[in-house]
Design a protein around this ligand. Structure first.
Ligand code: AMP
Ligand code: MG
Length: 273
């Protein structure tokens, strides 16, 4: 999978009209992709185990996208095989009064991964240049400074040993309509439907502009964004899995070696200790 095609270059101008949400990069249909995804899932399981055992590195995966873009689906499918011990999801909702009384990165920093851990952000500090910008929750002068602050914050994380991968799940407005209708028309999905999503949908152009801006300003050499075509769920999953597996493989991790010869312990156990 040639995922580099979807990586945003630092300062690259992004016009989302030129990024097809239903692009599948030559993959035809889901069948072959499903088999490939199963292989990647198994590989990710193995690599995450190694990450945990080695206990040296930290991995942060940021998921952003409009309502219904598939953030929950990615968490369910891409991370299907991983060991819950060592993997954690942090979901960022409308900030609580306590969160709001601090700077916007306070709640974020406290959820970043520890050594050996992989953390998935379901929404993130990027809401502070998205929802906050679109709804005018702070003055322009405040959110405009945040791009540089976010780049500096992520740089700190990376310099201290965290790998940061950011995925923008790019769906079309038509696909969102279908998915919202599905939520309304399927009783098992009613819990996912929020009438407020229709209000947010009206702000599609404003959100699009805010996304284009943040993709342009915060895709860095140390913490790149990937624009993930997300109308086709199978392609979305395949692309994200590929990036994760490739990144973890590049760590060239090893199971920790024992610091001493362990055979005397086996001998003692066998002798009845
Ligand atoms: P959901 O992910 O569908 O449960 O919705 C969470 C909601 O919280 C979304 O509408 C986000 O835009 C909103 N949200 C998350 N973070 C912030 C933030 N920092 N400021 C304002 N709204 C936020
Ligand atoms: Mg929602």
């Amino acid at each position: 999978m040639d995922f580099d095609h979807y990586r945003v270059r630092p300062k690259q101008k992004i016009d989302l009209k030129n990024w097809e949400p239903d692009d599948t990069r030559g993959w035809k249909g889901s069948e072959k992709a499903t088999a490939e995804l199963a292989e990647l899932t198994a590989k990710l399981e193995e690599l995450q185990e190694l990450l945990y055992c080695e206990g040296k590195r930290r991995v942060l995966v940021v998921l952003q996208g409009m309502d219904t873009s598939g953030k929950d689906g990615v968490i369910r499918k891409v991370f299907e095989g991983v060991n819950p011990q060592g993997v954690r999801v942090a979901s960022f909702k409308v900030p609580t009064p306590i969160e709001l009384s601090h700077d916007y990165l306070w709640r974020i920093h406290s959820q970043t991964p520890g050594k050996g851990e992989m953390v998935i952000f379901n929404r993130s500090h990027y809401e502070d240049v998205l929802a906050v910008r679109v709804h005018n929750l702070v003055p322009d002068g405040v959110w405009k400074k945040r791009y540089d602050q976010i780049n500096a914050f992520e740089r700190l994380l990376v310099e201290e040993g965290t790998t940061v991968l950011k995925f923008f799940l790019h769906i079309s407005r038509d696909e969102q309509k279908e998915r919202l209708l599905e939520r309304i028309e399927t009783p098992e999905k009613h819990w996912k439907f929020n009438p407020g999503d229709l209000e947010e949908r009206k702000l599609w152009p404003q959100y699009t502009e805010a996304y284009e801006d943040l993709l342009n300003k915060t895709s860095t050499d140390w913490a790149p964004w990937y624009i993930v075509p997300a109308d086709k769920k199978w392609f979305r999953n395949l692309l994200i899995s590929s990036v994760l597996v490739d990144t973890l493989k590049s760590f060239d991790m090893q199971y920790p070696e024992a610091g001493e010869d362990l055979s005397p312990y086996a001998a003692r156990l066998r002798a009845g200790e």
